[in-house]
Design a protein around this ligand. Structure first.
Ligand SMILES: Cc1ncc(COP(=O)(O)O)c(C=O)c1O
Length: 402
């Protein structure tokens, strides 16, 4: 038995949850820990000076910043030299794309189901450096391929050549919730060519599971703390291979040794860096309980969705925690997604979403849906089964008259 979450303690840690709004748009951004807000305030009110100076307040701000960096690195099993913190995952992947130097004719493999943050930089890089861009698409012949598109390693293998320099894909889709086996895929890529780098978008996965970048074996990994109960700042890890392939975007007189030197561009707000240890501290010891509780949430919602003939679930219909996270998307026959969400919102305090959430290629080209996209209910561990049941009742009420 997993150590159960103490939901009173959990919910009490997030001041926003005391209000009426029920937060079911967590894949867009989670609520923030009270301790995170306190650390931001403390930094700004007590040590808001420039780093690196020798006077007392500056010494304190520098050590707070360094401790924040170290906590962020330790949290993912890396060292401070191997990470960079910056304003968003979108920005960090862009920075990588400007710092990588390849030969014309080298090849990149990009996933067709990702958020655009992990597609656009590589499409642009391929154009700028005259590289060959290949798309890793879900296998159309796989069972359930129409509604449950998955990236399979077996489809990737045929795309890999000795010229492949980078393979990029998502750990979990922000629409489908499906978990990809990053460790297995990375190992296949590296066994074909140890010089091929693997770049993984962990944004939709990180709120739900512990991450160990060394165990995954990846070369680049990024996610955003504002989806992991923290401040609006993001982290990027780079392996020694990846670091050696990056030119420095920093000023010429700065050192170019670490990832921060190369890609940081003064992009990490000091007060937000100082807040990161509060996230690590809060999540410590909770992961088993989080996975078990989120399993219950997704089981409750999927049981209702799977039982309805007018619902199409996009992604895994299974509630098994080994295959998905509780980001659940669906469409309803006879409803456009926007109209349905607005109808439920008009009668309730539930905050959930319709759309394509920057995964436009997935929603339009792979799922074949119109601009209103899917209805997405994205839960995290601070949601309750009772909230999900109340959402189901609110949805049933809207559906009843039709
Ligand atoms: C899966 C995924 N990747 C990348 C991003 C981009 O993250 P950021 O907003 O930090 O650029 C998001 C944001 O929604 C996302 O859901």
């Amino acid at each position: 038995m997993a150590t159960a979450l103490d939901l009173d303690e959990v919910r009490g840690s997030f001041p926003a949850l005391a209000g009426k709004q029920v937060y079911l748009d967590n894949a867009g951004g989670s609520q923030t820990l009270g301790t995170v807000a306190e650390r931001i305030q403390d930094y700004l009110l007590n040590t808001n000076v420039q780093l690196g100076a020798t006077y007392a307040a500056a010494k304190q701000s520098t050590s707070r910043y360094d401790e924040g960096y170290a906590a962020a690195a330790t949290y993912i099993g890396a060292s401070s030299d191997e990470i960079v913190l910056g304003s968003s995952t979108t920005q960090l992947f862009r920075n990588v794309s400007y710092a990588l130097r390849f030969q014309a004719g080298d090849e990149l493999i990009v996933s067709a189901v990702d958020h655009e943050a992990n597609i656009a930089p590589w499409v642009d890089l391929a154009e700028r450096q005259k590289l060959v861009l290949k798309w890793w698409k879900p296998n159309a012949d796989a069972p359930d391929a129409g509604t449950n598109p998955k990236l399979l390693a077996s489809d990737l293998v045929g795309l890999l050549t000795e010229k492949t320099r980078l393979v990029s894909f998502t750990h979990a889709s922000n629409i489908l919730g499906t978990i990809h086996d990053v460790k297995a895929i990375t190992s296949i890529v590296h066994s074909r060519n140890p010089k091929t780098m693997v770049c993984v978008d962990g944004v939709a996965y990180a709120p739900h599971r512990k991450i160990d970048v060394k165990d995954l074996g990846v070369d680049f990994y990024s996610y955003s703390w504002y989806k992991v109960y923290g401040p609006h700042i993001s982290i990027l890890y780079a392996s020694p291979l990846a670091l050696s392939n990056l030119a420095s975007l920093g000023h010429f007189f700065n050192p170019h040794a670490t990832l921060q030197d190369k890609l940081g561009l003064a992009g990490a707000s000091y007060e937000l860096v100082h807040a990161i240890p509060a996230v690590a501290e809060y999540l410590d010891g909770k992961w088993e309980g989080i996975v078990a509780h989120e399993g219950q949430l997704q089981r409750t919602l999927l049981a209702w969705l799977n039982a309805r003939a007018d619902v199409t679930v996009w992604g895994e219909r299974s509630a098994d925690v080994a295959v998905r996270v509780p980001t659940v998307s669906f469409t309803l026959n006879g409803w456009d997604s926007k109209r349905f969400v607005e109808a439920v919102e008009a009668e309730s305090d539930f905050g959930f979403r319709w759309g394509s959430f920057y995964s436009v290629r997935l929603v339009k080209d792979v799922l074949g849906l119109p601009a209103e996209g899917v209805i997405r209910v994205s839960m995290v561990h601070y949601n309750t089964v009772e909230e999900v049941k109340r959402l189901i009742a609110a949805m049933e009420k809207v559906l009843a008259p039709k």
